[in-house]
Write a protein that binds this ligand. Structure first.
Ligand SMILES: [Zn+2]
Length: 357
């Protein structure tokens, strides 16, 4: 079944992990044997051949670069200008992948419909189809000034998550506290003017509620799970989920093990001993459906290449192609065929067609 994944950090993997995503997951793992500079070396699950194998024809793909003040212990750049330059390298990689026919940027209704027609043509093998990507920015620190948003729109940026982990220049993110401040509100105003989607993922509670109060454009949550199942500020509370549903938001289910099962200890827990499988993610999505009373607000936003690999993914997922196991699992849970299609792609498409109409 045609599948949309609303959160992958493809260019970060290409530029910082030095992965040529045109190779298979298994070729990339082979080349990384013996490396230990990243926790997920030789354990990656995402590459173009596996996206095609899994019918994942459209993804939301990020630019990502954090600014860190001298007292911020998180990894990041020493100035917003350096962070901006890092994201421009990432754009250059997406453009290089377009030039060799591997990817195609989807940035309006016409390009979306054309791309869907290509992927629904079963006479053409997936190997010959470019992977569509919608460009998103995870954490807005690299936006040097609000004027840079229009520059980014020009090269195709269509969604922004103002925050990532920790304190941000425009909003505060996971594990941080505090609101948006005037700069954050200016950012939202400019996003609204340009019809850029607000990604509510990673906003800390203070920034989340302030952003929802001030932003009148389209909102999604690209990769998120539920606080009532795994209690952490990175997750949405039921109150947040209710408000998001009221605003027509689609929430992408993430496949990062620590968000899926309680009490995960990084580097110690294993998917097997924590019983972390794909069904667990569906428990979270099902929880959102129970709150909504329907299956109109969930999709997939796997985050499977977000600085982790098999060591922190469901044990029944070898590569991203295994997302194709989800339709059967939903069927066994009693979801209708129509609802299954909504989860795999339909809800994101409804959202995008409405946002870009
Ligand atoms: Zn993230």
């Amino acid at each position: 079944m045609f599948t949309i994944d609303a959160h992958l950090d493809l260019s970060m993997n290409a530029m910082e992990w030095n992965r040529d995503l045109r190779n298979t997951v298994f070729e990339i793992r082979e080349r990384e044997k013996g490396l230990s500079d990243k926790p997920d070396r030789a354990k990656g699950t995402v590459a173009f051949p596996e996206l095609r194998k899994g019918n994942v024809g459209l993804v939301v793909a990020t630019q990502i670069a954090r600014y860190v003040a001298p007292d911020n212990p998180l990894p990041g750049w020493a100035s917003p200008e350096q962070a901006w330059a890092q994201t421009q390298g990432q754009v250059a990689w997406y453009q290089a992948m377009e030039a060799c026919g591997e990817m195609v940027q989807i940035n309006d209704l016409a390009s979306l419909e054309k791309h869907l027609a290509l992927w629904s043509d079963t006479a053409i093998p997936n190997e010959q189809k470019a992977i569509g990507y919608i460009l998103s920015l995870e954490g807005a620190d690299s936006i040097v000034t609000v004027d840079h948003v229009a520059k980014a729109y020009e090269y195709g940026l269509r969604a922004i998550g103002p925050a990532h982990y920790g304190p941000g220049r425009y909003a505060n993110g996971t594990d941080a506290t505090g609101g948006l401040g005037p700069q954050g509100r200016d950012l939202l105003k400019e996003m609204e003017r340009l019809n850029i989607i607000l990604d509510a993922t990673h906003l800390c509670d203070d920034s989340f509620w302030e952003a929802l109060d001030h932003f009148h454009g389209n909102i999604w949550a690209s990769h998120n799970l539920c606080r009532s199942l795994v209690n952490h500020n990175r997750q949405f509370s039921d109150e947040q989920i209710k408000e998001l549903i009221n605003r027509g938001v689609v929430i992408g289910g993430a496949l990062d093990a620590w968000m899926m099962v309680p009490n995960w200890v990084r580097g110690v827990s294993t998917p097997e001993n924590m019983n972390c499988n794909l069904e667990v993610m569906l428990d979270h999505l099902d929880h959102i459906c129970q709150i909504a009373g329907n299956a109109n607000h969930i999709g997939i936003g796997s985050d499977l290449d977000g600085a982790f690999g098999k060591e922190q993914s469901p044990y029944d997922l070898e590569t991203i192609a295994d997302l194709q196991k989800i339709p059967d699992m939903l069927l066994k849970r009693g979801y209708s065929q129509e609802d299954i299609e909504k989860v795999m792609h339909g809800n994101w498409l409804r959202f995008l067609r409405n946002a870009w109409k």
